[in-house]
Write a protein that binds this ligand. Structure first.
Ligand SMILES: Nc1nc2c(c(=O)[nH]1)N=C([C@H](O)[C@@H](O)CO)CN2
Length: 124
C-alpha cells in the first residue's frame, strides 16, 4: 500500500456546540493520509488510485453543507466518506479548529482507522 497525504487543507465548516458557531461557518484545518494501491504507480493511471484533488473538493463541499456539534463527529464523517465513497483501505485524519481557545493555536481530533482485515505497517 502507498499513502497519499494532504497537509494543512483549510476549509469552511459548520461545527461547534455554541450558538455563535451555529450562525456561520469557521475555518478548520485538515491533515489527511490515506492508503492507495501500489498498482497505481506501476500503471501510471489516475483510474487506479484515489484522486486527491477530488477528495479535497469533496471535503470542502460536504463540510460547507451540514452542521456538526462535535469536531469528533466531523472527523468521523470525513473518514467514513473516504472508506465508503473513495474506497480507501486505511485513513488517518487530524482536524483542528484554529484560535478558538485562549492561548491555544489549534484544538481538534486525531482519528486513525483501517478497513477490517487491512494491516498497515507502523511507519504509515
Ligand atoms: N471534545 C470536544 N470538546 C469540545 C468541542 C468538541 O467539538 N469536542 N467543542 C467545543 C466548542 O464548540 C468550542 O470549540 C468553541 O470554542 C468545546 N468543547
Amino acid at each position: 500500500m502507498d499513502f497519499i497525504f494532504i497537509e494543512e487543507l483549510r476549509v469552511k465548516a459548520w461545527v461547534g456546540i455554541y450558538e455563535r458557531e451555529k450562525t456561520g461557518p469557521q475555518t478548520v484545518e485538515l491533515n489527511l493520509t490515506f492508503g492507495v494501491p501500489d498498482s497505481a504507480a506501476e500503471h501510471d493511471d489516475i483510474g487506479d488510485t484515489i484522486d486527491y484533488a477530488e477528495v479535497a473538493a469533496r471535503i470542502r463541499r460536504e463540510l460547507g453543507e451540514r452542521h456538526f456539534n462535535l469536531i469528533e463527529s466531523l472527523g468521523e464523517y470525513v473518514v467514513r466518506m473516504l472508506f465508503e465513497e473513495f474506497g480507501a483501505p486505511w485513513v488517518k485524519l487530524k482536524v483542528a479548529k484554529i484560535g478558538v481557545m485562549k492561548d491555544v493555536r489549534r484544538v481538534g481530533v486525531y482519528i486513525q482507522r483501517s478497513r477490517a482485515g487491512v494491516v498497515v505497517p507502523p511507519t504509515a
